[in-house]
Ligand binder design. Structure first.
Ligand code: MN
Length: 495
């Protein structure tokens, strides 16, 4: 990937600049109905231990059977990450004491993962795009959950999650700042949601990241890293990296050494703390699971899945920029969520019988008015209180001069709160823009007569005409057509 140090990302220490090197291991729960090796349900929130097959409970003699849909989802994800699909992969046992995985080992993939190297383009807030390498993606089982707060003397266990399929997606150590890492996870989440291979719900833990952080003098070799385990929000990922990088810089500058270890992020304190010294791969005694044959995929299956991939965020973004002449920023915001992109397009395209609507105006309304409102009050754009047809109708009223942009915001408020057809609302509530010249002339003449000093100003400096437009808009309660008012004023003032 890009090996050139990105200067603007450096952190200042007492001894000069430091470069932060970050790699991620994203655990994404595969979107399927059944677990990776059993038919038990993956539904969230069931009664404890109600979604547990004998395989998940590791009863003697039970054999795992691979869920073909999990395999297809992993391949789709690999394709979406522009990655190499390995036609042969192997499941291994990762031996470790898991109090909430009764097998006593996790079935994972070690030397031969189902997906190999790939790449993701990550757009940053400053307009820069960085390309982040993907090292691999493998399938593995999730563990159950130990409950320590349900009984005063015992720990209980809920195995509903035990055996649920996870994709572990490992990035190369290509990220150079907390912001890059946050943008990477957001992009990854967006791609997974477009593909429908993971719902990306970080609150439920369906997407979580282990973050590997090390620091070095710019251009120096990689140094010892610490791994921050299971961070489950994009904001926390940023905070954890900021804190961890500073902690390491201070230790090294004070003459100390970084110990390779696993750390936890404490969101209340905003800091990381040691959990355990990090194991090496050989501690896990990996070996191929004798209960499972190597997984072999046919090239036809991969080709089939490739053909059925949906349009992904990057493709959609470029198409929006090309077809609708949108800015990079607008396109980025609109494509981040598939539903938002689809809503935008539904508004622009309108009905097959009508001409497309103004894309820039539509983008502004979807991003600022609707997006702002949804951010503030919550809700889902697809099920939201203002449908694409309703917003389209508001934009049509602006386009045909029935209402001004200002009144349009009022109509939007009414539709948001009460629903209804925008054109009917405008008619029934008398919100129509006044374009009738006789009516406007009277308003304009009144204002001009009251302010002879300002008239002189405007004649000397035509820009001062804006003040008069504002006054007329005010007395007309926003209903005067600003363009018509402007024209009239110019005629009256002879400018
Ligand atoms: Mn893992």
């Amino acid at each position: 990937m890009d090996a050139t140090p990105r200067k603007s990302k450096f952190i200042k220490g007492a001894t000069g600049d430091w470069e932060v090197v970050i790699g991620m291991e994203v655990h994404a729960q595969v979107n399927t109905k059944a677990k990776l090796f059993s038919g038990a349900s993956t539904a969230f929130g069931g009664e404890a231990n109600s979604h547990v097959a004998l395989v998940d409970a590791a009863m003697p003699g039970m054999l795992p059977v691979i869920n073909a849909e999990c395999v297809r989802q992993a391949v789709r994800t690999g394709l979406g990450l522009n990655a190499k699909i390995n036609l042969k992969s192997v499941f291994d046992r990762k031996n470790y004491f898991y109090p909430d995985l009764p097998q006593g080992y996790q079935i994972s993939q070690y030397k031969s993962p189902i997906v190999g190297e790939g790449e993701v383009a990550v757009d940053l807030a400053d307009g820069e795009t960085v390309r982040i390498g993907i090292e691999r993606l493998h399938l593995e089982q999730d563990a159950g959950k130990s409950l320590h707060d349900q009984n005063p003397t015992m720990s209980l266990v809920d195995l509903n999650r035990a055996g649920v399929a996870l994709m572990e997606i490992v990035s190369k150590p290509d990220l150079r700042s907390a912001d890059e890492a946050k943008a990477f996870v957001a992009k990854m989440r967006s791609i997974l949601r477009y593909l429908g291979t993971c719902d990306g719900d970080m609150e439920k833990g369906n997407l979580r990241a282990d973050v590997n952080v090390s620091v070095r003098k710019p251009g120096a070799a990689l140094t010892t890293r610490c791994e921050i385990k299971n961070v489950n929000s994009i904001r926390f990922i940023g905070q954890a990296i900021e804190h961890e990088a500073r902690r390491q810089i201070e230790i090294i500058e004070d003459g100390g050494e970084i110990v390779q270890e696993t750390r936890l992020f404490d969101p209340d304190k905003g800091e990381t703390r040691s959990m355990r010294t990090k194991e090496e791969a050989h501690d896990y005694r990996y070996f191929p699971d004798p209960d499972l044959l190597p997984l072999e995929l046919s090239p036809a299956l991969v080709a089939d899945l490739q053909r059925s991939l949906p349009e992904l965020p990057d493709q959609k973004k470029f198409r929006f920029m090309r077809d609708y002449a949108l800015s990079v920023y607008d396109a980025d915001v609109l494509v981040a969520e598939r539903e938002t992109a689809e809503y935008f397009e539904a508004v622009v395209m309108g009905s097959p019988a009508s001409a497309p609507r103004d894309a820039k105006l539509t983008a502004n309304w979807v991003i600022n008015e609707l997006g702002g409102r949804l951010n503030k009050e919550g809700g889902d754009i697809a099920a939201g209180p203002v449908t694409a047809a309703q917003l389209g109708a508001i934009l049509d009223l602006i386009a045909d001069g029935t209402i001004s942009g200002k009144i349009a915001k009022e109509v939007f408020e009414i539709v948001w709160a009460e629903g209804g057809d925008p054109r009917t609302i405008v008619e029934q509530r008398g919100l129509k823009q006044v374009t009738d010249v006789a009516a406007l002339e009277k308003l304009v003449d009144d204002i001009l007569a009251k302010h002879p000093d300002k008239v002189a100003d405007a004649k000397a400096n035509p820009k001062a005409i804006g003040w008069f437009v504002g006054q007329v808009m005010k007395v007309s309660a926003g209903k005067a057509n600003p363009q018509a008012v402007n024209d009239l004023l110019k005629a009256r003032l002879g400018i």
